[in-house]
Structure formats: C-alpha cells, structure tokens
Ligand binder design. Structure first.
Ligand SMILES: [Zn+2]
Length: 151
C-alpha cells in the first residue's frame, strides 16, 4: 500500500502519517524495489489504533505507552487500566476548567446592557480590566484539549 492509499483507508492525513513515523509511533515502511515505500496491514492497524486514541483525546505519550503495553499481550492489564484512569482525570480536570470558563463568559455577557455605545460596553470594560481570572498554568494537564496546546 502506498502512503496515499493507507491515508485514504485510515482517514489519517499523509502529513500526519509521516509525523507519526518521525516520532516513532508508526514503524517506517520498507522500500520496494521500485523505490516506493510500501505500507502493510500492521501499519494500517497501528494508524487506526492511534486515530481512536486521538478521538479519545489522549496525549502522544499516553498513546506511546498504550502501544508499548499492547506489544506485551501476556502482561497484566492493570497498567492499561491505570493509564485510562489517569487520562479520565485529565478529561475531568479540563471539564472543570471549561465550566469555569463558561461561568466567566456568562458573567461577562451579563455586563452588557443594550442600547449603549461600545465605549460604555461592560463586556469590553471587563476584558480590559484586571477582574477576569487568569488561566491556571498547568503543565501537566494536556486536553486543548485535555492535554494542553502541544498534544
Ligand atoms: Zn490524558
């Protein structure tokens, strides 16, 4: 299978497949005599696996860990369980952040009263004042998800 074909079959963009290869989430395909890089079933399986993990908003290091665990079929599954529990914690934390964000935006919205000028608008006043809470710097939680901007 060529990269375009496996991209179509998995719904993962070509650039993303190349990126996954570069960071070692997907093994590099062998080159055929013709020079084409030839992808096989296990590449496809791996890409579908990663796509599903991404749909669950897992971070790259979590996916890497899951792949490592999946490669040890006889090992105890408690590590998988623990990883999932940890990620669920990330999602719940993000949910709390989003709830606070919703409250802040709702407050801001009530600051606008109709029929006044932009210069008197409470929303813009609120945005330029110091009254809004600053986002908590939290390097550990990953979702722009649950996992931060770089996941
Ligand atoms: Zn997570």
């Amino acid at each position: 299978m060529k990269i375009g074909e496996i991209s179509k079959a998995t719904g993962v963009p070509i650039e993303t497949i190349r990126y996954y290869e570069k960071i070692g989430l997907v093994p590099a395909p062998e080159r055929e005599a013709s020079g084409y890089r030839s992808y096989r079933q296990h590449h496809l399986d791996r890409l579908v696996f990663i796509r599903r993990c991404r749909n669950l908003d897992m971070a790259q290091d979590e996916i890497r860990e899951l792949i490592r665990l999946a490669d040890q079929p006889d090992a105890d599954c408690s590590d998988v369980d623990a990883l999932l529990a940890r990620h669920l914690g990330h999602v719940r934390r993000r949910l709390e952040e989003l709830t606070r964000l919703e409250e802040t935006l709702t407050q801001l919205q009530t600051a606008c009263s109709q029929g006044r000028t932009v210069s008197e608008c409470g929303i813009l006043g609120g945005l330029t004042s110091e009254s809004l809470p600053e986002p908590q710097p939290d390097g550990h939680n990953h979702i722009p998800g649950s996992h931060g901007p770089n996941s």
